[in-house]
Every structure is written in C-alpha cells, then in structure tokens.
Design a protein around this ligand. Sequence first.
Ligand SMILES: *[C@@H]1O[C@H](CO)[C@@H](O)[C@H](O)[C@H]1NC(C)=O
Ligand SMILES: *[C@@H]1O[C@H](CO)[C@@H](O)[C@H](O)[C@H]1NC(C)=O
Ligand SMILES: *[C@@H]1O[C@H](CO)[C@@H](O)[C@H](O)[C@H]1NC(C)=O
Ligand SMILES: *[C@@H]1O[C@H](CO)[C@@H](O)[C@H](O)[C@H]1NC(C)=O
Ligand SMILES: *[C@@H]1O[C@H](CO)[C@@H](O)[C@H](O)[C@H]1NC(C)=O
Ligand SMILES: *[C@@H]1O[C@H](CO)[C@@H](O)[C@H](O)[C@H]1NC(C)=O
Ligand SMILES: *[C@@H]1O[C@H](CO)[C@@H](O)[C@H](O)[C@H]1NC(C)=O
Ligand SMILES: *[C@@H]1O[C@H](CO)[C@@H](O)[C@H](O)[C@H]1NC(C)=O
Length: 404
Amino acid sequence: MFWPTLTLLGISSLPLALGTTYSTWAANSAITRGQGNGLNASGDPVVTYEHGVLQWALRLLYEKTGNRSYYDYITEAANNILNENGTVVSVYHPSEYQLDYIPPGWSFLYLYNTTSDERYKVGADEFRTQFETQPRTPEGQFWHKGAYPEQGWLDGIYMGDVFYARYTAAFQPTNRSAWDDIANQFIEQYSHGIQLASSINATNNETYLGLLYHGYDDSHAEDWASPDRGHSPEVWDRAVGWYVMAIVDILEGSPTTDETFFMRETIRSQLQILSRALVKAADSESGVWWLVLTQPGRAGNYFESSGAAMYIYALLKGVRLGYLEDTDGSFVATAKRAYEYATANWVIPQSDGTMDWNNTVIVGSLEPGNDYEYYINEPININDLKGLAPFILASLEYEALVGA
Ligand SMILES: *[C@@H]1O[C@H](CO)[C@@H](O)[C@H](O)[C@H]1NC(C)=O
Ligand SMILES: *[C@@H]1O[C@H](CO)[C@@H](O)[C@H](O)[C@H]1NC(C)=O
Ligand SMILES: *[C@@H]1O[C@H](CO)[C@@H](O)[C@H](O)[C@H]1NC(C)=O
Ligand SMILES: *[C@@H]1O[C@H](CO)[C@@H](O)[C@H](O)[C@H]1NC(C)=O
Ligand SMILES: *[C@@H]1O[C@H](CO)[C@@H](O)[C@H](O)[C@H]1NC(C)=O
Ligand SMILES: *[C@@H]1O[C@H](CO)[C@@H](O)[C@H](O)[C@H]1NC(C)=O
Ligand SMILES: *[C@@H]1O[C@H](CO)[C@@H](O)[C@H](O)[C@H]1NC(C)=O
Ligand SMILES: *[C@@H]1O[C@H](CO)[C@@H](O)[C@H](O)[C@H]1NC(C)=O
C-alpha cells in the first residue's frame, strides 16, 4: 500500500509519510481538487452547506498548524459568494427559506472577527435575517425549507442553529430569547423524533436503538409521517451525525452564562443520551454504523462513511471538552475503533499523492414515499464533502487524542 499506516508499530491510523496527518492529507487533497471554495464545477458561485463544513474544518486545521494557506482558502471561498458591498450573491434565494444555504455564513463570522471587514458582517446579517421570517411549526421549530411545510429535520438543526448560535455569541451574547429559541429547536426535534421502545413499528422490522428518526411532519400530511408524532420511518446515519455535530459545535461556540444555561443543559443532556445509543448501535464486527441504522444487516444496507466520521468527531470532541461523561471509556473506545476502520477502508491513496474518500452517500431526503428502499438506492460518491469534511474533523479529534 502506498501510504501504509503505523498499525504495525502500535500507532494506528496515522499515515506513514513524515510530517503528514490524515487531517492535512485529506484537506490538502480537497484543496488540490478545488473543492468547497464557493464555486461549483462550472466555476459559478454556489451557496451550499457542504462548502461551509469544509471551511470550518480548514479553520480548525489553520488553528492547529498555522498554515496560512487554509486561512487564505477560506477567505477566497467567502469572497466568491459575496458581492462588493457584502450582500450574498444572487444564487442565494432567501425566499426559499432553505436552512441548507446558511453554513457558509460561519466563514463570514470568522472573517469578520479576524479582519473587522464590514462586508462579512453584511453577509452574516443577511443570513441572520432569514431566521426572522423563516416559517415555523406551531411549536416554534423552523421548517427545514419553505418547500417542506411544517417539517423539522435533523439536518436543519445543524444547518440553521450552529450559525444562529455563533451569530448570537458574536453580536447578542446576552440575548436570552435567542438562546431559548435555539434550545427550543432541539427540544421540538428531539421530542417528535426520538425513537421510543413503546412505539416500534414491527411491520417495518424496525430495530429499537433510542436514536432520532430523520425528521417529522408536524401536520402529518406526508405519507411517511407516523400516526403518533409524525416522524419518518427510519433512522438515517448522516442525519443523526449532523445533529450530534451541531450539539458539540454549539456548546463550544456559546458562552457559559445564565442566559445560555438552559440551552446548554438541554443539548448537553441530549448528547449524553444519544452518544450512549450510538455506542450500542455500532456494528459489533466492524465497529462502524449502517446507513439505515434501524435496519442492521438487511439486504442492501451498508457501512456509510459520512455518519461514522461525524460520530467520531462528536464523541471525541464531546469527551475532550467535558460535555460528555465517558465513565466507562466506551465513547473514546468506540470512536477510536471506528476511526481505524475508516482509515483502513475508506481512504484510498492516489498515485499523485492525494487521497480519495469513499462510501459517502450523496443524499438522503424526506420526499413522499420515504422508506428503507429509498435510502439504500441513493448512490455513493467519492470525495463527497459531506463525508470528506467530517473526516477532516474526525481526524483532528483523533490526532488531538493521540497527540499527533
Ligand atoms: C499548507 O497548505 C497548503 C494547502 O493545502 C499545502 O499545499 C502546503 O503544502 C502546506 N504547507 C506546509 C508547510 O505544510
Ligand atoms: C453552476 O451554477 C450555475 C449558476 O447557478 C448553473 O447555471 C450551473 O449549471 C452550475 N453548474 C454545475 C456544474 O452545477
Ligand atoms: C449590493 O450589490 C448587489 C450586486 O451588485 C446589488 O444587487 C445590491 O442592490 C447591492 N445592495 C446594496 C444594499 O447596495
Ligand atoms: C473576535 O472574537 C473574540 C472571541 O469571541 C472576541 O473577544 C473579539 O472581540 C472578536 N473580535 C471582533 C473584531 O469581532
Ligand atoms: C434577540 O433574539 C430574538 C430571537 O432571535 C430576536 O428576535 C431579537 O431581535 C433579538 N434581540 C436583539 C436585541 O438583538
Ligand atoms: C420484514 O422482514 C420480513 C422477513 O425478513 C420480510 O419478509 C418483510 O418484507 C419485511 N417487511 C418490510 C416492511 O420490509
Ligand atoms: C409500519 O410500517 C409499515 C411498513 O413500512 C407501514 O405500512 C405502516 O404504515 C407503519 N405503521 C405505522 C403505525 O407507522
Ligand atoms: C468504493 O466503495 C464501493 C462500495 O463499497 C466499492 O464498490 C468501490 O470499489 C470502492 N472504490 C474504490 C476505489 O475502492
């Protein structure tokens, strides 16, 4: 193998090349391919969450390594989607109320902080303004998109609320109503979507894990909405990944004050419960997770790579920053084992010195007819940022753990 790991020397999951880590290797490979820079494959501006996630990973990598190229890449990416006056380019359509547009706003907040350039504040304000009129369920949760009425998705919690929290932390840190509003997003999503042992659908061969269904429809209009709480039928690995990443990132990015106390306790306790469930849900042989967690081993199901990367990041970061109590060591042990599987199975060295990342499913949505067959029939992708960026995040945490 071109980039053998150090497993034989007892140091697992670090690439052998001197001075290289998986985090830099994966990031440099993405940069070489021109990914996540605010432009699409035809070189036109694109405002999309997966670019925001890569830029977040590059920021952490810049803070770790001091390599200015990462910072410059974030700047270039943000500038690619801002007009001269700081407004967001016209491919952003606020009237669609898509939370998926928002994550590149993290880079605006970051660059405003480091440069004080007002253009970044203008862009961040424009995204924040979307929330003012974002349609909500009767209980106050943001709709995932204007086109998905009354629906709360785990994905949207990450796309919307991480920015909401970072914006509030930067400009309105004592705004109690904003912090409570963020807490409420999590409360609503969790109460509608946590799997209950008492209402497992035996006809659907559903396995009880105590995790969160992909989403819910408060109006019960969708054909997939369960009769009780309107939730979708299956637990999709990446959706749960977005949710737990949102929790650790919001805990890290929000101040510890009286105003944030309720929000922090709410999401921290959810993280503790979900992390225990994730440890139990890991496949006992491989140590990683099924694409459709509720249907382990069923024909067509497979070990998907974006969800695993997200769980590794959330578990290790949660323990490192003290949000999770890892009393029996199982959170770290589970994350390490999964990380070793990931580097051995999903990293593919290329002859030009870059690496490819495999087995990330391209999409999972809640269209009419949502069911098990839908998820397993979505294709996988090589170097999909929805898995590759979380792999950089997972690698940064693994490297912090082992001191690399
Ligand atoms: C810094 O990052 C850039 C961009 O990926 C990479 O090309 C370069 O080799 C890195 N520099 C060092 C000293 O590692
Ligand atoms: C890039 O974006 C432009 C403008 O939105 C669009 O017309 C074009 O089809 C996109 N290209 C790709 C490859 O997605
Ligand atoms: C900012 O610039 C864009 C693009 O040139 C333009 O459409 C918009 O009207 C400007 N907005 C303001 C507030 O000047
Ligand atoms: C940048 O963030 C730090 C930490 O939150 C804060 O103390 C500082 O005032 C911010 N600077 C600017 C220019 O926003
Ligand atoms: C505080 O947050 C609420 C909820 O997001 C918002 O409507 C309000 O404008 C904010 N208040 C201030 C003073 O920023
Ligand atoms: C449940 O499992 C049984 C036995 O494997 C299978 O025949 C049936 O089609 C499954 N039901 C659904 C809804 O997938
Ligand atoms: C249980 O699953 C079956 C098969 O997918 C479905 O037809 C049925 O509506 C579900 N029942 C409930 C109560 O959700
Ligand atoms: C990527 O994963 C798929 C599915 O597991 C596999 O069929 C394919 O061979 C892998 N690609 C490479 C280049 O290893």
